[in-house]
Every structure is written in structure tokens, then in C-alpha cells.
Design a protein around this ligand. Structure first.
Ligand code: K1U
Ligand code: ZN
Length: 169
């Protein structure tokens, strides 16, 4: 396993639309292992492959609390089959927009279809933080960041803050 660099705004690679995965094989599993290690090290609760510069439709996630055992999850070619009419706000963050948090309103529940680590087809309902996180990560696959859901002023301020911090580092 290897730690990968997480790309931050305003890197244009974050705006790419990720391509579907052809096969869940050992090469893809090695990528998912690297993504998980990178996500844990950040630390974060989710990561899309495009955030490490690999524009493929792959997401890793672990929503276990600090005191719980690790619970890694893998989503290959995820699709949202259904979204609830009702929405819920959540204070989101993003490893590609470090140290910026703001409220985003998204459908409260979604039904998902994806391939898991072993290439098995799974259908699953998501709500709560799981629903928030999978929608946030699936936005990454379309080149959309959570700050794109905010006002232009907030978005521009967020990017400027990240650029300034990167320059000072
Ligand atoms: O960059 C990412 O996509 C990961 C992002 C996922 C996310 C967080 C909150 C709402 C929606 C999606 C993060 O993991 S940001 C860091 C974070 O939330 C966190 C870090 C350590 C402990 C607990 C949370
Ligand atoms: Zn993100």
C-alpha cells in the first residue's frame, strides 16, 4: 500500500468527469487500498479516486467512530437509483478544500447500486451521514465539489483561502 497525494483546489484535475471502471481486478483493488490508506492518514471519512488524480469511478469510505473498529467500504461505478424528495442540511468538509466547512442541503435518503471490493453488484439504501458522504463523493465523480453548492462569493473565498494557505506552507 502507498500514500498518495490529495489534490486541492483550484487544480483543474478535480473538474474531470471520472470514467467507468471496466473490471474489478487486483490492479483496481491495489488502487482502492492506496485510497483507503490515504483517506485514513488525512484523516477523512471518504475519498474519490479523482482526488488523487485518478479519474475513475471509485470511492472509499469509513464512517466508523474513532472508538469503533475500522469499517472500510468500497464503491465502484456507483449509481443513485432513487433520491428522496425531502432534504437535510449537513456541515460538509472536503480533503480537496482543506479547512473549509459549510452547510449543504441534499436529499436525505438515496438508493444506491455499485460494485464492491470483490466486484459483486450491491443495492443499498443510505440515510444520515452515509447518504451525505456518498452524494458528496459521487459529486466528485462528476467534477463537482461541495463548494459548487455554495454562493459564488463563498466559493471564491474558499478557493482563495486554500490557495493562500498552500502558498504559505
Ligand atoms: O474530501 C472528501 O471527499 C472527504 C470528506 C468527506 C465528507 C465529509 C463531510 C461531509 C461529506 C463528505 C472528508 O472526509 S472531510 C474530513 C472529515 O469530515 C472528517 C475528518 C476526520 C474525522 C471526522 C470527519
Ligand atoms: Zn470531497
Amino acid at each position: 500500500m502507498a500514500l498518495r497525494e490529495i489534490i486541492t483546489v483550484p487544480d483543474a484535475r478535480l473538474k474531470q468527469v471520472s470514467a467507468p471502471v471496466e473490471t474489478v481486478d487486483d490492479v483496481l483493488r491495489a488502487l482502492m487500498d492506496d485510497m483507503l490508506e490515504t483517506m485514513y492518514a488525512a484523516p477523512g471519512i471518504g475519498l474519490a479516486a479523482v482526488q488523487i488524480g485518478v479519474p475513475q469511478r471509485v470511492i472509499v469510505m469509513d464512517l466508523a467512530r474513532a472508538e469503533e473498529d475500522k469499517a472500510p467500504r468500497y464503491f465502484v461505478n456507483p449509481e443513485i437509483l432513487w433520491s428522496s424528495e425531502d432534504t437535510a442540511p449537513y456541515e460538509e468538509g472536503c480533503l480537496s478544500v482543506p479547512d473549509i466547512y459549510d452547510e449543504v442541503e441534499r436529499p436525505a435518503r438515496v438508493k444506491l447500486r455499485y460494485l464492491n471490493y470483490h466486484g459483486e453488484l450491491i443495492e443499498e439504501d443510505a440515510e444520515g451521514v452515509f447518504a451525505v458522504c456518498i452524494q458528496h463523493e459521487m459529486d466528485h465523480l462528476e467534477g463537482v465539489l461541495f463548494i459548487d453548492h455554495l454562493s459564488r462569493l463563498k466559493r471564491e473565498r474558499a478557493v482563495a483561502k486554500v490557495k493562500k494557505a498552500a502558498k504559505a506552507a
